[in-house]
Ligand binder design. Structure first.
Ligand code: ADP
Ligand code: ADP
Length: 221
């Protein structure tokens, strides 16, 4: 379980996040929804450990993460622009993180992910030969081989359209359920948040204005 207690973040004398309190159960898919500039990325970065908070506590499985550096937290993020290596082929991109840590995922487990994300036909291709949806699947595979304890996704569907969007949405749900993986998704798209997640958090002016199941969320007109 992930718990945030009274988490606060200040940038340049401006309070960006104020008194954030929440509990996320293992295996839940959570969307963080809100307009541009409301602090979504900041909240993600605080959980990930990229950014230091200015107060409060982040607790994971009973352990206070305040002094635990990012690489020891065991959380992993898929960035909005995927951040793949253009000069490496798909297989090398997927297994890149394992090069010094071959004990994390076995070859068989890597194979399972490649099959789940239907990437077998593309393994020898370079990144710039792929479509947006294929890139997103490579980015998901590359992150999943590291066996994250929490999966963070920053606007995972924003570069995709139509059918591809739906298919990536299904893949994210399948992965979260199959691996019983806590998944936190940042988005500015209400439709995406409501259809993708078990619970939706709405951030507004630095605080959580709603946090509940999609059917209980009231959307502003
Ligand atoms: P969102 O992801 O919801 O668009 P952000 O978390 O990126 O919002 O930003 C929230 C606010 O914090 C914005 O006003 C932004 O300008 C400010 N901010 C974010 N990161 C920094 C930073 N590193 N330094 C100063 N201000 C920042
Ligand atoms: P998004 O809306 O997709 O979250 P942003 O453009 O708000 O993207 O932010 C992109 C990155 O730039 C974030 O990591 C954020 O922390 C950083 N950032 C945002 N605003 C500022 C700022 N005023 N000064 C420094 N860094 C910022």
């Amino acid at each position: 379980m992930l718990i945030l207690e009274h988490v606060k973040k200040i940038y340049d004398n401006t309070v960006v996040l104020e008194d954030i309190n929440l509990e996320i159960e293992e295996g839940e898919i959570i969307s963080i929804l809100g307009p541009s500039g409301c602090g979504k990325t900041t909240l993600l970065n605080l959980i990930l450990g990229i950014t230091e908070s200015d107060g409060g506590k982040i607790i994971f499985d009973g352990k206070d993460l305040t002094d635990v550096p990012m690489e020891k937290r065991g959380f992993n993020i898929v960035f909005q622009d995927y951040a793949l290596f253009p000069n490496l082929n798909v297989y090398k991109n997927i297994t890149y993180g394992l090069r010094n840590k071959p004990d994390i995922s076995t070859t068989e487990e890597v194979g399972d992910l490649i099959r789940l994300l239907e990437l077998e036909p593309h393994l020898d291709k370079k990144i710039d030969q792929l479509s947006g949806g294929q890139k997103q699947r490579v980015a998901l595979a590359r992150t999943m081989v590291m066996k994250p304890k929490i999966l963070l996704l920053d606007e995972p569907l924003s570069a995709l359209d139509g059918v591809i969007k739906e298919s990536i949405k299904d893949r994210i749900k399948t992965i979260a359920k199959e691996y019983h993986l806590t998944t936190i998704i940042v988005t500015h798209d209400p439709e995406e948040a409501l259809t993708l997640s078990d619970r939706v958090m709405i951030l507004n002016e630095g605080g959580i204005s709603q946090f509940g199941r999609p059917e209980d969320i009231i959307m502003a007109p």
